[in-house]
Design a protein around this ligand. Structure first.
Ligand SMILES: C[S@@+](CC[C@H](N)C(=O)[O-])C[C@H]1O[C@@H](n2cnc3c(N)ncnc32)[C@H](O)[C@@H]1O
Length: 192
């Protein structure tokens, strides 16, 4: 990817950080190392669907597609209309939905009914920034769209905390800190 493209992704991200700091919950897009640490869990080509929540300007989206997932098998839900429109230009064959992850099931049912359930959900939403009820609602939507045995990948800047109690009814699999990100972040994997 060219330097000019990178600059435009970053410029949009920083504009949104200034306008909606709580919704963004980050000072910069994920580094390529953090994006790859999450995307490494993309299942090998067996027709599976992957759901990305809070794709922002597409740092993790790009890493997911680099793993070989066919773009029409990637569904992404982004709250910011400006970012969603940027993502549609960047990834024209992926299914980019403008909307709120608290309504994940109904958004997927109307925009991507072919994705009956997901083998993998990658959540980039800053859950800790929201009221508990919102966080619980998003967690409940994730549980319901995950297929049995499906995985949830969550990242957090609270690197001392290995798992989030919001996902207590999912099985904790593994967790690691990615230091080459600003700030360092923890990637945790859960399984349904
Ligand atoms: C920390 S940024 C992560 C962006 C990108 N995944 C990355 O790693 O660079 C969080 C993203 O989640 C989006 N977001 C926040 N709340 C959301 C919600 N309720 N539904 C969908 N997207 C949301 C924000 O607009 C932002 O793009």
């Amino acid at each position: 990817m060219g330097q000019a493209n990178n600059s435009s992704h970053h410029a949009l991200f920083y504009r949104m950080v200034i306008r909606r700091p709580l919704q963004l919950g980050a000072v910069a897009p994920s580094s390529p190392e953090l994006a790859r640490a999450m995307a490494q869990w993309v299942p090998a080509g067996d027709g599976a669907f992957v759901l990305e929540l809070g794709p922002g300007t597409g740092a993790v989206t790009e890493a997911i597609l680099e793993r070989g997932l066919p773009p029409p098998h990637l569904v992404a839900i982004e709250k910011s209309p400006e970012m969603a429109s940027h993502l549609r230009q960047r990834f024209p064959d992926a299914i980019i939905i403008t909307g709120d992850a608290t309504h994940t099931r109904s958004l997927v049912a109307s925009a991507a009914p072919q994705a009956a359930s997901f083998a993998l959900v990658i959540c980039g939403i800053p859950l800790m920034n929201f009221p508990l009820q919102t966080t619980r609602q998003i967690a409940s939507e994730i549980r319901q769209v995950l297929q049995p045995g499906g995985k949830l990948i969550q990242f957090s800047y609270h690197i001392w905390k290995k798992r989030n109690s919001t996902f207590a009814d999912l099985q904790y699999c593994t967790s690691r800190v990615v230091w080459s990100n600003f700030p360092p972040a923890r990637v945790t994997v859960y399984q349904k």
